[in-house]
Design a protein around this ligand. Structure first.
Ligand code: T4K
Length: 371
């Protein structure tokens, strides 16, 4: 396919072609394509080392992983799960697919993650869990959420689709919560084309999660759980193994690009860049900015010039048809999320862009729009 001049919000990290072809040859020769093969198991081991975690189960995408996470916790049917509206549709959908009820709480303006006071207000006798999102890799207020969960006997699941290797004071973000999901979709910092993982602190969840990932089979003749097909195949695992080798180079390029953006955007008063708290590491997944004046105008102006920034996450999940009639979905319950979703814009952010002269076009177009 012919390459064009468009600059997208992201571009996938791709492994060296010859190394990928070699891995494909190995897979063809082995005649083992999926169902927890050699490459799958090696990838799981390598990822656990890279992320400094003990318990991980790979999945064929982040959404299936999150579906299985909620199922594994055996929450009472129809119970309420407090969640953020400022996320990708998958986060809310997995609550519904598990026969649970999403209850939206507002976010805080600084890091755009769940606001603690709003979570507290949303708790009822029917609340069973909190499904929080480390949005753009900004860590949630994990200690405060943990205290709430302890007080009310709730489970915590983190949607960490954006928080590959996010750490707080050097500790992996997955140390907090019962289960953390990672997404390895092509648009993510670390990708396996499609893919994902669950990380959990309690080893006893391993069998349950792995069974749920494989239709609920415990052995050849026993199905004890309503499982799904959540298995990551060998070709995807090969992409993961090779991408892991080049991940640190990708992160370095993204760090440089982030610095470039921050330095050049500082002179544009209509635009601000959210910051991480001290001790928190950036996941270098997205580069969100908050635009005070005419965000949609700026988005269109960039698009007319072949720069495809994205308004992640606008509209809010609470505005989508399946959810908009919920009491907690009403805009007066979600003033901060509503405001931020009208201001946020994710600028193109991927390693190769740092060495592309067109990164200057992005800055110049923003300046031109506000001139
Ligand atoms: N929770 C959260 C918080 C999430 O953000 C996501 C996914 C999930 C859960 C679910 O995880 P997964 O089940 O997906 O593992 C994209 C991604 O598909 C999605 O994974 C991601 N979040 C979401 C934020 O972004 P779209 O609909 O915006 O993708 P699309 O096709 O418009 O792609 C965005 C841009 O990326 C394109 O304009 C060009 C570029 N691109 C994309 C693909 C697929 C490429 O250059 N090459 C490619 O192969 O959802």
């Amino acid at each position: 396919m012919k390459k064009d001049n468009k600059i997208f919000v992201t571009r996938p990290v791709l492994p060296p072609r010859d190394e990928f072809h070699q891995m494909c040859d190995e897979i063809f020769d082995s005649e083992w394509l999926t169902n927890m093969g050699e490459k799958h198991n090696l990838l799981e081991t390598r990822l656990k080392e890279y992320l400094s975690v003990d318990n991980m189960s790979l999945f064929n995408n982040g959404t299936n992983a999150l579906l299985a996470a909620l199922k594994a916790l055996e929450l009472p049917a129809g119970s309420e799960v407090i969640t953020t509206p400022f996320t990708f549709a998958a986060t809310t959908h997995v609550i519904e697919w598990n026969g649970l009820k999403p209850i939206f709480a507002d976010i805080c303006p600084k890091k755009m993650v769940l606001d603690i006071e709003s979570v507290k207000k949303a708790i009822t006798p029917n609340t069973s869990a909190i499904l929080a999102v480390h949005v753009y890799g900004f860590p949630c207020y994990v200690n405060e959420l943990e205290a709430i969960a302890k007080q009310y006997g709730l489970k915590i699941v983190y949607d960490g689709a954006h928080s590959f290797n996010t750490r707080i004071d050097g500790k992996p973000i997955s140390e907090w919560g019962d289960v953390t999901m990672l997404s390895f979709h092509s648009t993510k910092l670390f990708n396996t084309i499609e893919g994902g993982a669950l990380i959990y602190n309690c080893e006893s969840l391993r069998t349950k999660i792995n069974d749920l990932r494989n239709f609920g089979f415990q052995n050849e003749v026993t199905v004890n759980d309503v499982g799904i097909n959540g298995k990551l195949n060998e070709i995807q695992s090969a992409v993961g193994l090779l991408n892991l080798e080049i991940l640190d180079d990708e992160i370095k390029c993204r760090m440089n690009l982030e610095q470039f953006y921050r330095e050049n955007l500082a002179a544009i008063p209509q635009v601000s860049v959210p910051n991480f708290d001290s001790g928190e590491s950036n996941s270098y997944q997205y580069f969100p900015i908050l635009v005070d004046s005419d965000r949609d105008g700026l988005y269109e102006h960039l698009k007319e010039n072949d720069i495809y920034a994205r308004r992640y996450f606008y509209p809010l999940c609470s505005e989508f048809a399946p959810y908009r009639n919920l009491e907690s979905a009403q805009p007066e319950n979600l003033p901060v999320a509503t405001n931020i979703s009208r201001k946020v814009l994710c600028l193109p952010f991927y390693g190769r862009l740092f060495n592309d002269e067109r990164k200057h076009d992005i800055i110049n177009l923003i300046k031109e729009f506000y001139a």
